[in-house]
Write a protein of this length. Structure first.
Length: 150
């Protein structure tokens, strides 16, 4: 990723980021990889991670093909950020920048350590379970929070 401008996250709005900067902004928490349970008008976030997530690194094992191979995969883009805003945690880098807030000290662009998100327990690494280990009928047992939708 050599196409990163110095302090791009401080100097530019999300819509002015190039593709490399957009990708680099992701903190790697993998919270967007948690499965959601939808029940009528309510959506719940679980502690169940997508089967493609490598929990030890919080990285997708099929990143380039994730939308094609994973039904309902949330590929966050400049065009769909507003639509998916409610599903993003308050610590999400995209959300923070869109709200004019600074990145946290543990973010790899600040700390210069790609693993700081895990070292500071800001990722899902230590509290999620892979969907390969949970029967769908038991998803309700893994609900963490309800997402308020308008």
């Amino acid at each position: 990723m050599s196409n990163l401008r110095k302090l791009f996250w401080e100097k530019y709005d999300l819509e002015h980021l190039n593709q490399d900067e957009w990708e680099a902004l992701c903190d790697g928490c993998a919270k967007c990889c948690l499965l959601k349970v939808v029940d009528k008008k309510k959506t719940y976030i679980t502690n169940i991670s997508c089967s493609k997530l490598k929990i030890d690194s919080c990285r997708c094992s099929d990143y380039l093909n994730r939308e094609k191979n994973v039904e309902g995969c949330l590929k966050l883009t400049k065009d769909n950020l507003d639509k998916n805003y409610e599903f993003l945690p308050s610590s999400c880098s995209y959300k923070l920048i869109s709200e004019g807030k600074p990145l946290p000290q543990w973010h790899h662009l600040i700390s210069k350590d790609k693993d700081s998100v895990n070292k500071t327990n800001q990722s899902i690494q230590k509290f999620c379970i892979s969907e390969t280990l949970v029967d769908e009928v038991n998803y309700e047992d893994h609900i963490l929070a309800e997402v308020t939708r308008e």
